[in-house]
Design a protein around this ligand. Structure first.
Ligand code: CMP
Length: 140
């Protein structure tokens, strides 16, 4: 069934000028960009987005990294978009990411891991609403 998921091209991949190559992988896999914007997240925005991780030891580094430069946030739409996006991304730790995945090809560390993608329908709904109003999403 058609689903939506939130995707973020993280500061490391934006700095590498890899936005286009990453979006190209989504499009080639049949996912459509239905919303997109570039943002330089504030500390408050990053902390709120990653609130579920606030008690983890890596939270400070995660927020520091996600506010270190601009990101591209997008809504992707398509059949099984959530799982399809996670398959394209590969494992969170790029050292464990399968060959040919976005993280294997563009990421260098578990923090600087190129992309974020929603991990469930519930988080997709929350994460999309965190960044986009319904008037900013263009179904296609
Ligand atoms: P992301 O999918 O954006 O969700 C939370 C992020 O925390 C994750 O990608 C990683 O970049 C980062 N992170 C850092 N250390 C860890 C860890 N030990 N486990 C999971 N995520 C981590």
């Amino acid at each position: 069934a058609s689903q939506r998921t939130l995707s973020i091209v993280k500061p490391d991949a934006v700095a590498k000028n890899a936005i286009g190559e990453i979006i190209s992988r989504f499009e080639k896999a049949g996912l459509k960009v239905v919303a997109a914007k570039m943002l330089h997240l504030s500390k408050e925005q990053a902390e709120g987005f990653y609130a579920e991780h606030k008690d983890r030891g890596f939270f400070g580094d995660l927020v520091g990294f996600m506010t270190s430069g601009p990101v591209l946030v997008q809504v992707l739409e398509g059949d099984d978009a959530i799982v399809k996006n996670r398959d394209l991304m590969g494992a969170t730790n790029p050292q464990e990411a399968a060959p040919g995945t976005i993280r294997a090809d563009f990421a260098q560390s578990i923090d600087a891991n190129a992309v974020h993608g929603s991990d469930s329908p519930e988080s997709a709904e929350r994460e999309i609403a965190y960044f986009f109003g319904s008037d900013e999403i263009c179904p296609r």
